[in-house]
Design a protein around this ligand. Structure first.
Ligand code: ZN
Length: 244
């Protein structure tokens, strides 16, 4: 009776291990999706930031160009007024005004050159990041579909196993199920160990003779003294008999 229970438990463990593997693989795919989408979002935010900085700088360029063109129009106006000048004093005043405009224009022109140099550098970086983003998005468009299909396939497999798992679990006592589930979580998916000789097949420690006798009888639930897993005796298959 107990022997049957332990064998059923081993079957359940096989099912649970399969589910566990599928769940792990599913989580890995989900993590990969998250990583990709996070990287795309990060890069898209960087492109947006660079673009805004470029637009600000381009606004500054337009303002400087406007200042220069306003100044040159003012200079032209003043030069035209020169023909109507009546006195030397007036002429000198006008020349001073033109000189002052020219001087400030030189400064603005130098500033404009600086702005244009910055714009060119910013454009280079922006273009590079935009290309990176496009490449990443293209790459992701190719990978996303297959990854999502894999996740759906794992879900389908997990669903399929559920019925067999429930049927198997229903044949086990609540007490044994409780022990098993606790161990399955704590012992990384190996709660019950089939042994055919006095060595635990999970931790490879020797099973003491008295305990080994108990295991052979399969009359009660025996735990490995070193790893605490459930031991159950599984006689070697006939074709394996006689082998060392
Ligand atoms: Zn052990």
């Amino acid at each position: 009776m107990l022997r049957e229970q332990l064998e059923t438990l081993a079957v359940l463990q096989g099912i649970d291990l399969e589910v566990k593997e599928h769940k792990t693989a599913r989580t890995e795919r989900l993590d990969e999706i998250e990583r990709y989408e996070g990287e795309i979002a990060r890069l898209a935010a960087e492109v947006k930031r660079l673009k805004e900085a470029w637009e600000d700088k381009d606004g500054l360029r337009k303002a400087k160009e406007q200042t220069i063109s306003d100044a040159s129009r003012k200079t032209t106006d003043k030069r035209m007024r020169m023909s109507q000048i009546k006195s030397i004093k007036e002429l000198q005043a006008l020349q001073r005004e033109i000189g002052a405009i020219k001087e400030s224009n030189v400064i603005v022109e130098e500033e404009l050159i600086e702005v244009l140099t910055d714009l060119e550098a910013q454009e280079g970086i922006l273009k590079q990041k935009e290309d990176e983003l496009t490449a990443l998005r293209n790459d992701w468009n190719e990978k996303k579909g297959p990854l999502q299909e894999q996740i759906a396939e794992f879900d389908r497999q997990i669903d399929q196993t559920r019925e067999a798992r429930d049927a198997t679990a229903s044949r086990l006592s609540d007490d044994l199920m409780g022990k098993y589930e606790l161990l399955f979580d704590r012992r990384d998916g190996t709660a019950v160990v089939a042994v055919s000789s006095a060595i635990c097949q999970a931790c490879y420690m020797n099973i003491p003779p008295q305990l080994w006798n108990d295991v052979l009888r399969n009359e009660r639930v025996n735990l490995c003294p070193s790893c605490q897993r459930i031991l159950f005796y599984n006689p070697p298959a006939p074709e394996q008999e006689g082998q060392p």
